[in-house]
Structures are given as C-alpha cells and as structure tokens.
Design a binder for this molecule. Structure first.
Ligand SMILES: [Fe+2]
Ligand SMILES: [Fe+2]
Length: 269
C-alpha cells in the first residue's frame, strides 16, 4: 500500500493545487494521498480542514487522514502556494470547485479580499461600515452577519478607474453608462461579487446596488445606506442619527438622505 502526504496551509485549497495533487497521485500510482492543512492561516485550522474535506470529497484516492505511520512526503511546488493568496484576495473562482460556495457564504476571506482590492482608507471605511451594519441589524433583531457582509463588500470595486467601470457596464448594463461615474461602483460591485466571488445572497447584492443613490426600500438597503454615511471613520458627530437608526430605520434613512442632499447643495454639487 503506497500512501503519500502533502502538507500546506491550504488557506484555502485551490483548484490548481487540487489538479496538481490528482496528477501526481496518478503518476505515482499512489493508493492514497493525505491532504493535510497545517501552520497558521487567515482561516482557522478547523475551517481549512473542512474546506479540504469538501474539496476532495469526489476523489476516492484523496483523504484528510492517513492509515499508515509514515507516509511518503509529496512536496507541493512553491509557486502553487501563491494561488492561495490570489483566492484570498477575491478570486474565489480559483478556489477548489467544492468550496467556492463555502467561501462566498462564510465570508472567511472577505476582510482580506477588501484589504487587497481597496485602498487602505477605503478598506478601513468598509470595515467600519460593516461593524455599524452589524450593530444596526442586531438592534432590529435582523440578520447581523448578513448585514456585516453587505457592509464589508459594498465598496469592493471603488478603486476601479472610471474607464474600467465604464467598460464593465458596457457589457453588463449598457443603459447605465451615462450615469455619473461616482455611481458606477454600486453597479459594478454586485456583478463582480456574483461572477468572481460567487456571492448569491440577493438581499446583500440589492443593498450594495442601491447604496449610492439610496433607491432601495428593504431594511438591509436602509441599514447599509445609513451605515455608509454615519460610520465613525468619517469623523462626524452622528450620535443623533445613530440613536434614531436604532429606533426607526426608515426615519433614520430619510434623515441621513436629507442631510446628504443639504451637504451637496451647500457644496454646489
Ligand atoms: Fe460606495
Ligand atoms: Fe462606502
């Protein structure tokens, strides 16, 4: 019985790594290959084990645990490890097929992805919005984790140039190209989140889509719109708005929208 073991962070296991392991298994005529996550990761060891378990489920020659005392070591090429980082930075489509849904639903790499795709100030704003979203949702006994996800992801395409946004919209929503480029990111983000990161939650995508114009009418739409404007890194005194938002989302949404309009008027926009 020939048993091999491949050890890596698998944070997370990628499709490229999985393909390589399967190919080597074949070449070596190994009876089994143990795929073992180790070391530190953004995801906990238990989470990475769960990912490997799901990723290898269709393959009978791969397992998470071994049966012999000293399996032979299979060394994963260094360059494959960088595919893990690419996934963490938002390319969930490059994760092993069986775990893409898990990544999109658990949000385990959302902060890492936002930190990679946004400028530092924007990433800090997004983390702060996410926190406020969570608090507001909790205050109203709504899904706090769903609200956090909408908050952390809402500006994910904000660093794109106007040209990049325009080119993307030409393909997906040509009738929106004529809008102010400041609005582009709220339209490109849901498409990017759906197609590249595999986010399926319609309420999250809708809240993000409506977060600049404030044209949403669901609780999560209100929460994200309010949180985007009142989060503490913006540096305004928002005690009044925060208190109102914990009492009445719709009233707070209307107040915050009115304040934003007044502000734009004062600046002559
Ligand atoms: Fe935004
Ligand atoms: Fe924002």
């Amino acid at each position: 019985m020939s048993e091999w073991i491949v050890v890596a962070p698998f944070d997370p296991i990628t499709e490229q790594e999985l393909r390589w392991i399967l190919r080597r298994r074949n070449e070596l005529h190994a009876d089994s290959v143990i795929v073992k996550p180790n070391g530190e990761g953004i995801a906990s060891l238990a989470q990475r084990q769960e990912m490997v378990k799901r990723a290898i489920a269709p393959y009978r020659h791969l397992s998470l645990h071994g049966t012999v005392r000293e399996p032979q070591l299979l060394v994963l090429p260094e360059e494959l490890l960088s595919s893990e980082k690419i996934v963490r930075q938002g390319r969930y489509d490059k994760a092993a097929r069986g775990i893409r849904k898990l990544l999109a639903e658990s949000g385990v790499y959302f902060v890492e992805s936002v930190n990679a795709l946004c400028k530092p100030g924007r990433a800090a704003h997004s983390r702060s919005v996410a926190q406020v979203c969570r608090e507001l949702a909790s205050a109203h006994h709504l899904d706090a984790e769903q609200a956090w996800k909408a908050g952390i992801l809402h500006d994910i395409t904000k660093a794109w140039s106007d040209e990049a946004g325009r080119a993307f919209l030409q393909v997906y929503e040509p009738d929106k190209v004529s809008l102010n480029p400041k609005i582009y990111h709220s339209l490109t983000a849901p498409v990017f989140l759906k197609t590249v990161m595999g986010i399926q939650d319609k309420a999250i995508l809708h809240a993000i889509r409506t977060h600049t114009l404030g044209d949403g009418h669901n609780d999560l739409d209100y929460i994200l719109y309010i949180a985007d404007k009142i989060e503490p890194t913006r540096g305004y005194d928002t005690r009044k708005e925060t208190a109102l938002a914990k009492e009445d989302l719709k009233a707070a949404f209307e107040l915050v929208m009115k304040e934003a309009e007044d502000y734009r008027e004062r600046r002559g926009e």
